[in-house]
Design a protein around this ligand. Structure first.
Ligand SMILES: Nc1nc2c(ncn2[C@@H]2O[C@H](COP(=O)(O)OP(=O)(O)OP(=O)(O)O)[C@@H](O)[C@H]2O)c(=O)[nH]1
Ligand SMILES: [Mg+2]
Ligand SMILES: [Zn+2]
Length: 297
């Protein structure tokens, strides 16, 4: 076994074989050393690793995984800078509760969010409405059309040099967007075909190096939907638009749900915080309260 140790980033892992890329852009096929398996640390896509490259056609070994800046369980990825949440203005009908769940889970993982509203060509008013609902949510809503490329230069600039993952409903246009942003040819699918087959077009997680030093992660529909269980009183901390109200409610702490003299409810009534977004917050709050109450069952 070669003794030289070099550094790389895991781009892909299938069936216990990993593809890693070193800082000069060379790619290697690797397996995890037994000690990692014994420690039950499994390399994730996005991991920075120490590796011993194989000789010739032989695969090499991953000898160490560097500490992660952040990580997700599903999909199993690490060290993501930005989660790009893609919502279609129409076709499929936007599921904003799902968007909010994705946002919540990104925030809990300590990853920043860029909201992209795709298919603005199909329903411009719906696109405006979605952008408006997320004002103040610290997600910099951007309306684009992956089909024509409109708005994609701006998106590419915002993502330059960053490791970013696209998340969102199946059919929202994630793969189409990645292809249009970076001149790639990932498989995309029309909606009717997806429904026929009952599954996503994209099936593996892979990190793809792109121009400008960043990397993009295409994922199967992007699960990221299963949220961790935590005290529901902390849920509000993941809604940045509530921050200016914090500490101003009559009750402390306040769930910002139905309490009298709640500064968030006042802000909703005054139109400073979007009412739909607040309604969905309450839905997620109820869900978390139940999960929290039943956590020992
Ligand atoms: N009209 C219009 N259609 C689009 C746009 N972007 C994508 N589409 C179409 O939407 C369909 C779904 O696109 P995909 O890129 O496969 O969607 P996806 O989000 O990757 O879906 P999964 O891989 O299943 O999660 C395809 O038929 C695309 O051609 C757009 O901006 N406007
Ligand atoms: Mg796809
Ligand atoms: Zn309150």
């Amino acid at each position: 076994m070669a003794e030289t140790i070099s550094m790389g980033t895991i781009l892909q892992g299938i069936g216990g074989f990993y593809t890693a890329r070193d800082d000069d852009g060379r790619e290697y096929t690797l397996r995890a050393q037994g000690k990692l398996r014994r420690e039950r640390t499994k390399p994730k896509v996005g991991d920075r690793v120490e590796m011993m490259p194989g000789e010739g056609e032989e695969h090499g070994w991953i000898s160490r995984i560097l500490p992660r800046r952040n990580e997700l369980v599903r999909p199993p990825v690490a060290n993501i800078d930005v989660i790009v949440i893609v919502a279609a203005a129409a076709t499929p009908d936007p599921d904003l509760l799902m968007v909010d769940r994705l946002m919540l889970n990104a925030r809990r993982a300590g990853i920043s969010v860029q909201l992209v509203i795709n298919k603005a060509d199909l329903a411009p008013e719906s696109a405006d409405d979605i952008a408006n609902q997320y004002r103040g949510a610290d997600v910099s809503p951007l309306k684009v059309c992956a089909a024509t490329g409109a708005g994609l230069d701006e998106l590419r600039n915002r993502l330059r040099g960053k490791v970013h993952a696209l998340a969102g409903q199946s059919g929202a246009g994630k793969s189409t967007m990645i292809n249009a942003l970076y001149g790639l040819e990932l498989e995309t699918g029309d909606l009717s075909r997806k429904i026929d087959r009952g599954r996503n077009t994209t099936r593996h997680c892979q990190l793809i190096p792109v121009e400008g030093g960043g990397m993009v992660l295409d994922t199967p529909g992007f699960s990221l939907l299963e949220s961790a269980l935590f005290d529901p009183v902390d849920l509000k901390d993941s809604w940045p638009e509530f921050a200016p109200c914090e500490g101003k409610c009559y009750f402390q702490p306040c769930y910002h749900a139905t309490e009298p003299r709640c500064a968030v409810l006042d802000a909703v009534a005054a139109g400073q915080i979007d009412g739909e977004r607040h309604k969905r917050y309450r839905e997620l709050l109820e869900e978390m309260k139940i999960r929290w109450r039943d956590r020992y069952d």
